[in-house]
Design a binder for this molecule. Structure first.
Ligand SMILES: [Zn+2]
Length: 475
C-alpha cells in the first residue's frame, strides 16, 4: 500500500519536472521588461547627513532610507521575502526526493548496479555517487531552474541566456561529480573502518574537505566560470593598497572578476586559504560604485582578512560539523532499525544509505538556519565596523548598503533579521555608518553655506545594478 503511494508521488515529481522543461525550451531567456531592482543611480548625501552641529544619526539614516523609491523597495522586499519560503520548499522538495529514492528502492538498485559494474569497493562508492548525482540533479531540476534562472531574471539580477546558464550549471555539476565523489568515497571508507567513532572522524574529514576547497577555489574552481585578473587601474588600486598597507595586509595586487557574465549584483570578497587568500572586486562594483563606495567595500573585505574570519568560520563550521555527524549517526541507526530492510539497505557502510544521510543532514541544516545566519551576520557586522574605521567613508558605505538593498530587504523586524539575514540589514548598516560619522564629524568639512545643495557621490550614470559588499566563500 505505502509503496503504491510512493509510486504516485514519483509520477507527480516527474510531471513537475516535465512541465517547466517544456515551457522554457521555447522561451527566450533574455531578461523580461521589469528591469533591475533600480535604486537611484547617483546616491546623494542628504542634507540631514551633512556635517553640522546638530548631526543626528537617526535622522541621517532616515534621510538615506528616503532616497530609495517606494517601488524599488517593494520589489526587493518581495524578492527577499519569497526567498524565506524557498528555504522551506527546497527542504521539503529535497526530502521528498530522498524518500522516493529510499521507498521505491531506487537507491538499492543504484547500489546493485554499481556492484555489477565493478568489484572494487571504493570504485563502487564512486559509481554509486555518479548515479546518485545524475538522478537527483534531474529530479530537483525544476527547483534549480526556477530559483537560479527564471526567478533571477524576473528581478533583473541575471544576465545570462539559457544556454550559457545551463553550461555553467553542467560545469558545476562536473566539479561536484569529481570533488563530491572523492569526498563520499573517503567518508564511506571511514565509516566502514571505524564503526564506533566514524562520526568524529567524518566531521574531521569534512573540515579538511572545506579547507581543501578554500585552498583550490580561487586558483582552480573560480576560473572555470569567470576570468579573474589583477586590476590595473592605479586610480582605484592605489588607495586600496595604501589602506591594505596601513592595516598590515601584505597585498601587492587587487583582483577583478567579470561577475557581470552571470549577474548584475555588485560584490567583492575575500577568498582562499593561506597563500591563495586574495581580495577580489567584481566588475559591477567597479563600473557602478563611486570611489567612496568602492573604498568602503574594500575596507569591509579587509576586515574579514585582518579579523581572520576565514579561520574562525572554519572553526565554527567544525563545531557544527561534529554536532551534525553525531546526529547523523543517531539518525541513521534509528531509521535503519525501522526501515532498513524495507529500503534494502544493509547498514551505515552501504552506499545505498546516502539519500537517508543527506535527508538527516538537511533536517539539521534547515533547523540551524538561524544559527548559521547569526554566526555569519556577526562576522559581517565586525567587518562593517572595521571597514568604517579603515576607509573612513561612512557615506560611501551608506551608498553600498542602498545598492545591496536592491536584492535584500532594507528594513526587517529584529526577529526576521535574526532568523533570515546573513548580513546586517541595510538600515542597520546605514545607521552604523551614520553613528560612526557622528563621532568623527571633524573629518568632514561642512558645506560652505547652510543652503548647500546635496553633494553627489560620483557614480557613473548609466548603470542600474546592485552591490553585494561582502560575500565570504559559501560553506
Ligand atoms: Zn562581508
Amino acid at each position: 500500500m505505502t509503496s503504491r503511494i510512493w509510486r504516485w508521488v514519483g509520477l507527480l515529481v516527474l510531471l513537475i519536472i516535465l512541465t517547466p522543461s517544456a515551457t522554457f525550451a521555447g522561451q527566450s531567456a533574455s531578461s523580461n521588461g521589469n528591469g533591475p531592482l533600480a535604486s537611484p543611480r547617483v546616491i546623494t548625501i542628504p542634507a540631514e547627513a551633512q556635517p553640522s552641529a546638530h548631526f543626528d544619526p537617526e535622522a541621517a539614516t532616515n534621510a538615506y532610507m528616503a532616497e530609495i523609491p517606494p517601488e524599488a523597495k517593494a520589489r526587493s522586499d518581495t524578492y527577499f521575502e519569497s526567498g524565506y519560503w524557498l528555504i522551506l520548499w527546497d527542504f521539503l522538495y529535497g526530502a521528498v526526493v530522498a524518500l522516493l529514492l529510499l521507498n521505491l528502492r531506487w537507491s538499492a538498485a543504484m547500489r546493485n548496479l554499481a556492484e555489477r559494474i565493478t568489484r572494487f569497493k571504493p570504485a563502487q562508492t564512486f559509481v554509486y555517487w555518479v548515479e546518485y548525482l545524475i538522478l537527483t540533479s534531474i529530479l530537483v531540476f525544476p527547483m534549480t531552474v526556477y530559483e537560479e534562472f527564471f526567478r533571477e531574471h524576473k528581478y533583473g539580477l541575471a544576465t545570462q541566456t539559457f544556454g550559457p546558464w545551463m553550461t555553467d550549471h553542467l560545469k558545476s555539476l562536473a566539479v561536484e561529480l569529481v570533488l563530491g565523489g572523492i569526498a563520499v568515497t573517503i567518508l564511506f571508507r571511514i565509516v566502514r573502518r571505524l564503526q564506533r567513532t566514524w562520526w568524529i572522524w567524518g566531521a574531521v574529514a569534512s573540515i579538511m574537505f572545506l579547507i581543501f576547497e578554500f585552498l583550490i577555489g580561487p586558483v582552480y574552481l573560480v576560473p572555470l566560470f569567470n576570468t579573474v585578473k589583477p586590476l590595473n587601474d592605479p586610480k582605484i588600486t592605489q588607495p586600496i593598497l595604501s589602506m591594505a598597507r596601513a592595516n598590515g595586509i601584505a597585498a601587492k595586487d587587487v583582483y577583478e572578476i567579470d561577475a557581470s557574465r552571470q549577474t548584475t549584483r555588485m560584490s567583492a570578497n575575500v577568498s582562499g586559504f593561506g597563500k591563495t587568500m586574495r581580495i577580489t572586486l567584481n566588475d559591477n562594483l567597479l563600473r557602478r560604485g563611486s570611489p567612496e563606495e568602492i573604498k568602503s567595500v574594500m575596507g569591509h573585505e579587509m576586515g574579514h582578512y585582518v579579523l581572520n574570519h576565514i579561520y574562525k568560520g572554519i572553526l565554527e563550521y567544525g563545531v557544527l560539523a561534529v554536532i551534525a555527524f553525531a546526529l547523523l549517526k543517531w539518525g541513521l541507526d534509528w531509521s535503519l532499525k525501522r526501515w532498513g530492510e524495507k529500503w534494502q539497505i544493509r547498514g551505515v557502510g552501504d552506499t545505498a544509505v546516502l539519500p537517508l544521510a543527506f535527508l538527516i543532514i538537511s533536517i539539521f541544516g534547515f533547523v540551524e538556519t538561524p544559527i548559521d545566519n547569526t554566526l555569519t551576520r556577526t562576522q559581517e557586522y565586525e567587518a562593517d565596523i572595521f571597514g568604517l574605521n579603515a576607509s573612513r567613508q561612512p557615506d560611501g558605505f551608506a551608498q553600498a548598503a542602498i545598492h545591496l538593498g536592491e536584492y535584500r530587504k532594507m528594513n526587517p523586524g529584529p526577529v526576521e533579521e535574526w532568523i533570515f539575514f546573513d548580513h546586517p540589514s541595510g538600515r542597520n548598516r546605514i545607521y552604523a555608518a551614520m553613528r560612526w560619522k557622528a563621532e568623527n564629524l571633524n573629518l568632514f568639512v561642512a558645506p560652505p553655506s547652510s543652503a548647500a545643495a546635496p553633494v553627489a557621490l560620483t557614480a557613473p550614470a548609466n548603470h542600474q545594478t546592485p552591490t553585494d559588499a561582502s560575500e565570504k566563500p559559501k560553506r
